[in-house]
Design a protein around this ligand. Structure first.
Ligand SMILES: CC(C)(COP(=O)(O)OP(=O)(O)OC[C@H]1O[C@@H](n2cnc3c(N)ncnc32)[C@H](O)[C@@H]1OP(=O)(O)O)[C@@H](O)C(=O)NCCC(=O)NCCS
Length: 127
């Protein structure tokens, strides 16, 4: 992860770079300093999928969010039908907190989201 953009302390975006090429992005959105909580968003180009890169990037970002910024809660919201996206928080031990119905408008329809959360007290301490 090489480049970043910190926008008024409300978003934090990083590029995922492999062999000098941009292949994806990961960021903390809706940084809420009052409640010490935030939400992770991520994507990776199709040709770079299937290697665990995003899972590792999310893990590294959580280490940073909990240890350096001392946040308390990190959410990941994933489309109910987006199995690859849901697999990332599940692999990392996030808790499934339930479904937000019709949370995202996609063209003419609304998609349901599963909310996953990790709390500082539950995050791995050994990296
Ligand atoms: C969601 C998305 C980021 C997942 O990408 P991904 O490559 O599957 O995720 P990861 O980098 O964590 O890789 C996991 C895969 O690598 C494999 N893998 C290999 N080595 C691994 C390792 N050391 N650790 C974890 N996974 C590993 C896993 O088995 C898994 O493969 P599988 O899906 O065939 O079981 C990607 O599909 C995407 O960008 N989609 C479009 C945008 C999107 O939906 N974003 C999310 C919005 S909420």
């Amino acid at each position: 992860m090489l480049t970043f953009e910190l926008d008024e302390r409300t978003t934090f975006n990083l590029a995922i770079v492999e062999d000098g090429r941009l292949v994806g992005g990961i960021g903390l959105h809706r940084l809420d300093w009052q409640n010490l909580s935030t939400s992770v968003g991520h994507w990776i180009a199709e040709h770079a999928q299937g290697n665990g890169t995003v899972t590792r990037a999310v893990g590294a970002l959580l280490d940073y969010a909990f240890a350096t910024w001392e946040l308390n809660r990190v959410e990941i919201r994933a489309g109910v039908e987006n199995a690859r996206s849901r697999a990332i928080p599940e692999r990392l031990g996030f808790r499934d907190e339930g479904v937000l119905h019709q949370a995202e408008r996609i063209g003419e329809r609304f998609a349901d989201h599963v909310v996953y959360a990790m709390l500082a007290a539950d995050w791995r301490r050994d990296g």
